[in-house]
Design a protein around this ligand. Sequence first.
Ligand code: DX5
Ligand code: ZN
Length: 236
Amino acid sequence: MPTELRLRPRRIRMAVKIAPSVLSADFGRIAEQIADVERNGASYVHLDVMDGRFVPNITWGPKVIADLRKRTSLVFDCHLMIVEPERYVDRFRDAGAEIITFHLEATTQAHRLLEHIRSTGAKSGISISPQTPVAMLEDLAGDFDLALVMSVNPGFGGQRFIPHALEKLRETKALRERSGATFEIEVDGGITLDNVRGAAEAGADVIVIGSAIFDTPDCGRATKQFRELLDGAASR
Ligand code: DX5
Ligand code: ZN
């Protein structure tokens, strides 16, 4: 390892990805806003699908995702907050979702579903809500490409970050090391300029940011601020 890196062990690695959640976007200007976040350092577009059953809120289905797909080349990171996700995965895949994440709590067929998602050519993701321990992922560790640690209760944007999620990110990272798996670790909910570095330091490789990007006057500028903070540029 080069000396320069050894001397700065707490520096956040460059590879941390930003995944703006369009849940908080202005859908009247959605294509423009996605282009803005893309220009300013976003890697994924995070698409929250809610059914009013798994969570007390309803968003959109595959048609909206298929329409957005034509407007950007960013990776589509689809977060299904729906019961019986196995019934809908193919439709979201056909609409252009490239990472498909479902909730462990929403199905009795997690292993089968992870295999199925991979068989469609998508990356498979599994998410745990705040009440679910990381240990529940242990026996599936080689079977998913992304672990999504919820840092709020799923359902709404703009909630406060639950600090215990930091410990869960560390545990998820330890699970990855122990198991030899290579999945990405994603954190979702309540991320702000004040806690984003802490989440990255705890192990998040992908950071979902909704209201702190889109509930600002300039979503491109906000994305850039997060990007600079994660890259360490702001502290140089
Ligand atoms: C909440 C969603 C999140 C949400 C995050 O259930 O999964 O993706 O959009 O929004 P903020 O960043 O505002 O907490
Ligand atoms: Zn989400």
